[in-house]
Write a protein that binds this ligand. Structure first.
Ligand code: NAD
Length: 310
């Protein structure tokens, strides 16, 4: 099958592109390399270094004629979306809408859209949170992702356009940026392996649902094969607080450095955890990698990187 992956030079996208190549698909990648890295794009994939907002994107879809498109390219920073909501909407709403219109125009059979589970529900007492829980995002980033979900729902009703919206929990694993503002596993692992004490924002009792990138890739592959439309939470259904996560990472890194506690970050929800029954029942997907195992795999990856640059 011909598959086009947007954001295929990034953290999740490069793992997805690798998997598509390994499955024997003919893969094209669209990425502007704003945060992604060229060397993460599999050699067998055709890379178009291009902004998803570009008017040339339509030409790429027309030329490549993909049967499936996996849309992961995005402005991924929640705090940047707070500071620059127009920029966020340009990339995440208009860029996505342009891509979706090109997909409809050129007969793409299936679209898989990277939405968010962590930023779409806001603070809720219903945990784990199902897809049926009212989505009232607390950031422009979450609002933009939800807007794209609504467009996809609309186009499904109008002409049967087939799309699955995967609401990812907190994804972690090899290749995540350890210097970003999000991606706490990579940040903690990177700091500890360099002998620096990481900062925990607040008392460390905030919870999140951490899902390993390999499991996310499986979910994307299952969603691409399937035909079911709408939103699917992709997480583990397990809440883990930052203090426990820190202990796991420090243990895997062989570090006894204590974390520094800093002030809370405004806008961070207290608890987040996704109910994954719909993905299990409809996509036949479930996460396989337990947190301790995933953390060990991630720390090993960063250990090799630190060693390679030493
Ligand atoms: P990432 O930053 O590693 O990947 C995003 C990729 O998109 C990068 O390669 C970047 O260069 C590219 N990109 C950014 N803006 C672009 C533009 N205008 N045109 C073309 N390419 C552009 O982030 P990631 O964590 O791999 O996220 C992938 C997707 O998953 C995003 O849509 C993100 O919103 C979503 N998501 C991620 C998480 C998570 O925990 N990592 C959680 C929920 C949702």
């Amino acid at each position: 099958m011909k598959v086009l992956v947007t954001g295929g030079a990034g953290f999740i996208g490069s793992h997805v592109a690798d998997r598509m190549v390994a499955d024997g698909h003919d893969v094209a990648v669209v990425d502007d390399l704003s945060s992604g890295r060229r060397e993460q794009v599999p050699g067998a994939a055709n890379l178009y270094q291009m902004d998803v907002e570009s008017r040339w994107l339509d030409r790429v879809i027309e030329r490549e004629r993909p049967e499936a498109v996996i849309h992961l390219a995005a402005q991924v920073s929640v705090s940047r979306s707070m500071r620059e909501p127009m920029f966020d909407a340009q990339v995440n709403v208009l860029g996505s809408l342009g891509l979706v219109l090109a997909c409809r125009q050129h007969g793409v059979r299936r679209l898989v859209f990277a939405s968010t589970g962590g930023a779409i529900y806001g603070d809720t007492e219903v945990l784990p949170t199902p897809e049926t829980f009212p989505a009232w995002p607390e950031s422009p980033y979450g609002a933009a992702k939800l807007a794209v979900e609504h467009y996809l729902h609309l186009f499904h009703r109008l002409d049967g356009f087939s799309a699955a919206c995967l609401r990812f929990a907190n994804v972690y694993g090899p290749r995540q940026d350890p210097h970003g503002e999000a991606g706490v596993v990579a940040i903690f692992a990177g700091a500890l392996l360099e002998g620096r004490a990481p900062t925990i924002h607040g008392d460390g009792r905030k919870t999140r649902d951490y899902v390993y990138v390999g499991d996310v890739v499986e979910a994307v592959a299952a969603a691409m094969r399937g035909e079911a439309c709408g939103a699917f939470n992709i997480g583990t259904g397990i809440e883990t607080d930052v203090n426990r996560l820190y202990g796991l990472i420090a243990g895997a890194a062989g570090s006894d450095l204590a974390a520094v506690h800093g002030p809370d970050r405004p806008g961070d929800v207290e608890r987040s955890c996704l109910a994954i029954g719909r993905a299990t029942e409809v996509l036949g997907w479930r996460p396989r990698v337990e947190l301790a195992e995933g953390v060990a795999l991630t720390v090993d990856y960063f250990r090799q990187r630190v060693a390679a640059t030493a």
